[in-house]
Design a protein around this ligand. Structure first.
Ligand SMILES: *Cc1c(COP(=O)(O)O)cnc(C)c1O
Length: 370
């Protein structure tokens, strides 16, 4: 099976079975030093050198959950936070659900799947006492990339914390936490970093660390960040951690360095995205024209060709796995990811097989109509 999905992605050979090369008990200085060095390198790639970076044994949603719980003081917690969410798809919706779950007052800017947030959308929310903005910079459900400069300026002007889910934009698009005044950056292992699922990394600005430390206990015992901040000084975590994924990360960072570093790595992803987009257009496939992350390309199909059926046909007949879309979009659109161990030749084959699958599904439907 060849995977063109956003995560878990095709892993690079050297990161697979990495523990076979040997590993250390995690409560040792040797492991702690290794973990610290890896996190420092990841923080550098996020533009978060002066921030505090921790890691959790949790998928990305676990980190989003823990961030809402630790960073926001809801009414039941005696805090006075009021959040604003850019809600443009299933991941934006998830932030809304989490804020609701923890009784944090919030409003959301609700956008259709193909709409990005504009200055006009933000206008009604200026000077209204919001304390934090939550955004999934790449709304992976349709591959939209929001304008971080617009959001960053809005937060600075309104003295708000800026909390960014960068899970699917990191290592595919530019990212600079400190330059953009971001207070929290969340990433996870199975997307651009091309590791096994199960580890999240979170960076915090100085002022967010202070806010968390000032605040009382979060709801979660396991994900109370304060012990994580303390432990990470020695590269440690309060509880047993994702040892194998940390070794994968170490290996992956070496591979990125060997390829010329972060910028060169991002170029490889962008080259694959541009290659696919150009070829897809040449073959008459429709790619929505809103601003997109280089992580993933949405492909919109003609009326009468069900995208879910195309996805299924690709998988069953060609052992090719692409991302279906959720909800009512699922019948019209699927997504192709450009992160992971795939090559331009793989994308040639993908395009050819997409063509064949569409033809097959279209013909099948015509027969049904007759
Ligand atoms: C993948 C992803 C997540 C995390 O989802 P998990 O299934 O919990 O790993 C969160 N936000 C975005 C934008 C994502 O793409």
């Amino acid at each position: 099976m060849k995977h063109f999905i956003v995560g878990p992605v095709e892993m690079y050979p050297s990161t697979k079975n990495v523990l076979e090369k040997g590993y250390t008990y995690f409560r040792t200085q040797e492991y702690g030093d290794m973990a610290k060095e890896c996190l420092t390198k990841v923080a550098e790639m996020m533009g978060a050198e002066h921030s505090t970076t921790i890691y959790l044994a949790a998928s990305g949603t676990g980190a989003m959950d823990a961030v809402v719980d630790n960073c926001m003081g809801g009414i039941n917690k005696g805090g006075n936070d009021k959040a604003l969410v850019i809600n443009g798809g299933s991941f934006g919706h998830r932030f809304c659900e989490l804020l609701k779950w923890y009784n944090v007052p919030y409003d959301s800017i609700d956008l259709d799947w193909n709409e990005v947030v504009t200055a006009k959308d933000l206008e009604p929310y200026e000077n209204k006492g919001y304390t934090a903005l939550f955004v999934n910079l790449d709304e992976t459900s349709s591959g939209k990339l929001y304008d971080i400069h617009l959001l960053s300026d809005f937060c600075k002007r309104n003295n708000m914390y800026l909390i960014v889910d960068a899970i699917s934009t990191f290592l595919a698009d530019d990212y600079d936490m400190e330059k953009w005044g971001i207070d929290v950056t969340i990433i996870s292992s199975q997307k651009g970093l091309c590791l096994s699922p199960g580890m999240s990394i979170i960076s915090f600005s100085r002022r967010m660390v202070d806010k968390i430390n000032r605040k009382g206990k979060p709801n979660s015992y396991y994900f109370d960040f304060k012990p994580y901040f303390k432990n990470i000084e020695r590269g440690q975590t309060p509880f047993t951690t994702t040892v194998s994924i940390m070794y994968e990360l170490k290996d992956m960072l070496e591979l990125i360095e060997k390829s010329g570093g972060k910028d060169a790595w991002i170029k490889i992803v962008q080259e694959k995205a541009n290659y696919f987009r150009k070829k897809a257009a040449e073959y008459g496939l429709t790619i929505p024209d809103y601003p997109k992350s280089y992580t993933v390309t949405p492909v919109l199909l003609e009326e009468g060709v069900n995208a879910n059926e195309v996805v299924k046909y690709l998988r069953e007949n060609y052992k090719i796995c692409v991302n279906p879309c959720g909800g009512k979009l699922g019948n019209r659109m699927f997504r192709v990811a450009h992160i992971g161990n795939t090559s331009l030749t793989d994308f040639d084959e993908l395009i050819e097989k997409i063509q064949l699958s569409i033809k097959e599904v279209r013909e099948r439907n015509c027969v049904n109509v007759i």
